[in-house]
Structures are given as C-alpha cells and as structure tokens.
Write a protein of this length. Structure first.
Length: 119
C-alpha cells in the first residue's frame, strides 16, 4: 500500500498542509472574529457603573475598573457571570460569549445596577 508521501511527494504534502492551515481559520470565521473583537471599559465610581448600559459584540472583552474607594463586584442577575471582589484601583475582565441582555449589579451594594447587551 502506497503512502500519501510516496504517491504525491513530501514537498507537495507539506505545501498542501500549510495552505490548509492558513485557509481553515478564515473559512471558519476565526480571523474575522479575532480581528474585530474590541475591549470596552466600565468605570465603577461614585457607587455606580458607567456606562450603565453597554452594548458589545460576542467575542468582545469588557473590563470593569474600580475607581471607587470601596470594593465592588459584578454579578449578572441570571448568574451568567460573577467577578471576585474588585479592590479599589483594581479591575476584572470578562469576554462576552453568548448573545442576550444581562442585568447585573454589585452584590456588596445592591442599589448599583447596570446592563450588558451582547449582540
């Protein structure tokens, strides 16, 4: 039984494998998703999230930066995401994975509420 290498030649097989490796991510939409992902920032200051409504694309990253003098956290009402406690001058990041609208709050200060919309 002939191997692929003996039938087509090693150089041809290596070239074909290289072309497939370069083409596959683009065909699967991976390059476009990576190239178009964006980082968004929500500032926590004055006991509120700003902006209080943020719309992002799936694959984008949201960073919450605590500029307040007390610790906070970020918890989705449906528990889709939950940060650890974010110390003053600290931050936490989340990469959006599933479309939907997510109301969230700081469980340490439940009057602090906002919304993350994933398109």
């Amino acid at each position: 039984m002939a191997t692929v290498f003996s039938r087509y030649g090693r150089r041809h097989c290596v070239r074909l494998a290289a072309m497939m490796a370069l083409a596959l991510p683009g065909a699967m939409g991976w390059n476009a998703a990576l190239a178009e992902s964006t980082v968004h920032t929500v500032v926590i200051e004055g006991m509120k999230f700003s902006p209080d409504v943020l719309e992002v694309q799936v694959g984008d990253t949201v960073i919450w930066r605590n500029k307040d003098i007390v610790p906070h956290n970020v918890t989705a009402a449906n528990h889709a995401f939950h940060s650890p406690t974010i110390s003053p001058e600290g931050s936490w990041k989340y990469t959006a994975r599933k479309k939907g609208e997510y109301d969230y709050l700081c469980t340490l200060h439940p009057t602090m509420k906002a919304k993350l919309i994933l398109r």
